[in-house]
Design a binder for this molecule. Structure first.
Ligand code: PBG
Length: 306
């Protein structure tokens, strides 16, 4: 099985370890600037190929896709727009790109939660059913790696089981295995139209102060069959990366999330710092902390310097 993000042997930052997140929004006719997020856009179905083409020219090969559908669904079962987008991208770029797809449903559920809720609680059975349906559809469309960010109990185990049943025994999973409940996801939730309503995400995302629980969650995901692990937000989780790798021996990366990234842009726009230098410094520290891959909204800006 191919290892897209092998354990690194040096602490140098490299292009190969960078992953560029991007959004495709079904509500749009053309690309739309995302305020405060530099060269990040919400793409329409018809503009996305040109966006990827432009990133490829900058030296980016790995992409993490978020799809924002136009309609909400109480029990999401229609992932046809997701399918269409993934298929279109892979048909055009084939294995010139590695396409990771976030399989969370928070941009589809009417209350913005990452699972199916009933009376302010997650219904795990229904949630797994929907997450499995989504992930399976993305594999059928040609996704290279499924990235479940929902943080529900035993999602990785559930996905492994249904992938096996559906003939995807080689499917790869990048688990958001140590993902905290965080204040740094603000810009993302605006873009993905996924702000939680009624109650927050503390019943399924990790508490920031509990180190053992944070590491344990990655260990559990490794045991359930994840191929790659992740800490998120990145800059507030640097201390966990090496320990997770030691416990699991799996490639482990970091996600510099939207709020962290936007803060670098804000320093720049307020003339309190230089964006590119801030970005390079922050990503070098991820690398020094032994991240095997880095997801950053600034990946395309930094690639040409590496
Ligand atoms: C979906 C998801 C979130 C992010 C990635 N996947 C938001 C959340 O959990 O609230 C955050 C990414 C970012 O802020 O850049 N569950």
């Amino acid at each position: 099985m191919r290892n897209y993000f092998p354990n690194k042997t040096s602490s140098n930052l490299s292009k190969k370890m960078l992953i560029q997140p991007f959004f495709v929004d079904q509500r749009l006719k053309t690309k739309k600037v995302i305020k405060g997020m530099g060269l990040n856009y919400s793409w329409s179905k018809n503009s996305i190929l040109s966006g990827i083409e432009s990133d490829l020219k900058k030296g980016i090969k790995n992409f993490l896709l978020f799809v924002v559908p136009k309609d909400k669904q109480k029990l999401p079962e229609d992932f046809s727009f997701h399918y269409e987008i993934i298929k279109k991208i892979k048909k055009q770029f084939k294995n010139d790109i590695t396409l990771l797809v976030d399989s969370c449903i928070c941009s589809i559920t009417p209350d913005g939660h990452c699972g199916i809720t009933h009376k302010k609680k997650i219904n795990l059975k229904k949630t797994h059913y929907v997450l499995g349906l989504a992930a399976n559809t993305y594999l059928e469309a040609g996704a290279d790696i499924i990235a479940p960010s929902d943080m529900m109990k035993n999602t990785t185990r559930y996905l492994r089981k249904i992938f096996q049943e559906n003939g995807f025994s080689e499917a790869q999973i990048m688990s958001y295995s140590t993902k905290f409940k965080s204040n740094f996801y603000g810009p993302f939730r605006n873009i993905a139209s996924s702000s939680p309503k009624g109650f927050d995400r503390s019943s399924y995302q990790l508490p920031i102060a509990n180190r053992n629980k944070a590491i344990e969650n990655s260990v559990i995901n490794a045991a359930q069959g994840a191929n790659y692990l992740m800490v998120k937000p990145g800059m507030t989780s640097l201390d966990l990366i090496a320990d997770i790798k030691k416990e699991t021996l799996l490639p482990t990366g970091a996600y510099q999330v939207s709020g962290e990234y936007a803060s670098l842009q804000l320093l720049h726009s307020n003339k309190l710092g230089n964006y590119l230098e801030l970005l390079l410094e922050s990503l070098q520290v991820f690398s020094r902390a032994k991240a095997d891959f880095i997801i950053s909204y600034g990946a395309r800006d930094i690639a040409k310097y590496l």
